[in-house]
Design a binder for this molecule. Structure first.
Ligand code: FE
Length: 341
């Protein structure tokens, strides 16, 4: 679990990259990655084939890698940090981890709400409502707000309140509906819980399928993964589920992203930017997104993914992720106040 909101602002980073020449003859990029999928191997291999630049991957959990880069300071070998949620990107950024990157290509390919001056999203996933078809109908749970309706008392399953995916959703509620309404809503969710929050999104999907609860929210790729599982029991579980793209009549479905940026102390800045630019190419976008059943961040690129096709299309929330992120600290305090643990 990330406990990032309490992070002290960073020690001053000495911006060495500005003083030292870009080491274009250095043929290795150190990629600190909190995203680990099989398909990413081929993705990085293709970059090496095209450019001769090797990718040396250092894997870990987002908060561990952020802490490691911070501790390594000016001597950090990290060139790029990649992670699988917007909140971690923003936390890393607030800690001064990233260097600003000006790239016409990245700006042209990635929609403005999915990037900042320092970090860029490369794929998106949606936070969808999943319900048990025997217990509820789609029209019972059309919006995130509807999950707080007292008629759902004892029906809601949830990951822990402070889980980074939940924090981002709550921060979005604050951005759209304001503090007071968001807090009422969070209280309503707690009152509707079927059991104390625990586990990850996949656990919630299972609990809904077996009827331990009637409804939950989950990132889309966990459901897509189960739908495409080679285990027939997993696939059968998903057949009991109905899916709602929340808030189609208002601001749209909350999305989150995988993304990354160039580490401020990188000695390979040019190659690092080249790598980010490679990630928005059509082929890399397909690999990056499809490897985890996500959608490409570049809108013109389509993936050929049976499960995502079955889930259909939806209107995504256009709230800039950086606006969402402003409310993360507040979201955590609010969840503490209402006892959503
Ligand atoms: Fe995840």
């Amino acid at each position: 679990m990330l406990k990032p909101i309490t992070w002290a602002m960073p020690a001053l980073f000495t911006a060495l990259f500005a003083a030292s020449p870009a080491l274009t003859d250095d043929k290795v990029l150190n990629l600190y990655s909190a995203r680990h999928y099989q398909a990413d191997e081929a993705l990085y291999g293709n970059f090496t084939k095209q450019t001769g630049i090797q990718i040396n991957r250092i894997e870990g959990k987002a908060h561990e890698l952020i802490e490691r880069i911070r501790t390594e300071g000016a001597n950090s070998p990290a060139d790029i940090f990649i992670t699988a949620d917007a909140a971690s990107l923003v936390i890393a950024d607030a800690g001064g981890m990233f260097a600003p990157v000006k790239s016409k290509l990245l700006e042209a390919r990635i929609p403005a709400h999915l990037r900042s001056d320092t970090w860029f999203s490369f794929s998106t996933r949606a936070r969808m409502i999943i319900y048990n078809k025997r217990k509820l109908k789609a029209e019972d749970v059309p919006t995130y707000e509807s999950l707080a309706d007292p008629k759902l008392k004892g029906m809601l399953c949830s990951i822990p309140g402070g889980h980074i995916y939940n924090l981002a959703l709550v921060a979005t509620q604050i951005a759209h509906n304001g503090d007071a309404k968001a807090e009422e809503w969070a209280k309503g969710l707690v009152a509707n819980l079927a059991r104390s929050p625990r586990g990850g999104d996949t656990d919630q999907i299972r609990s809904v399928a077996i009827g331990e609860c009637a409804v939950a929210v989950s990132n889309s790729y966990y459901l897509a993964r189960m739908m495409g599982s080679d285990k027939v029991e997993e696939r059968n579980l998903t057949k009991r589920l109905g899916v709602v793209w929340p808030n189609q009549g208002s601001y749209g479905t909350h999305i989150n992203v995988s993304g990354g940026g160039v580490v401020k102390t990188s000695k390979n800045r040019e190659a690092a930017i080249k790598f980010l630019e490679y990630l928005v190419s059509d082929d890399a976008q397909r690999y990056f997104a499809n490897g985890n059943n996500e959608w490409p961040a570049v809108p013109s690129v389509k993936v050929d993914n049976e499960e995502l096709a079955e889930l259909g299309s939806f209107q995504a929330d256009q709230l800039p992720l950086s606006n969402m992120a402003k409310h993360l600290g507040n979201a955590q305090k609010m969840l503490d106040r209402v006892g959503y643990r």
